[in-house]
Design a protein. Structure first.
Length: 81
């Protein structure tokens, strides 16, 4: 676990509202950050999916995907990774 000290500059109203909602407590901030990280990862995934769709990359079967995964893993093992 890493400990960070965070300083925020908020309007008085937002600070009061966040405090009243319990959002300035460490567990609440952790939950907010986890949710933001998940949303960001989803946005990046969808952006890639849209680029793949726009590039008209043919879809792969599950078997073909698994074969690719196995090949990459074998290559990494051979390289000592």
């Amino acid at each position: 676990m890493t400990t960070l000290e965070v300083k925020l500059n908020l309007s008085e109203q937002l600070a009061r509202d966040a405090e009243a909602a319990g959002l300035l407590k460490p567990k609440a901030i952790e939950r907010l950050l986890r949710d933001a990280v998940r949303r960001n990862a989803l946005r990046r995934f969808l952006a890639v999916a849209n680029r793949v769709k726009a590039a008209k990359v043919p879809s792969m079967s599950l078997e073909a995907i698994q074969a690719e995964v196995r090949a990459v893993r074998k290559s990494k093992r051979a390289a000592g990774c």
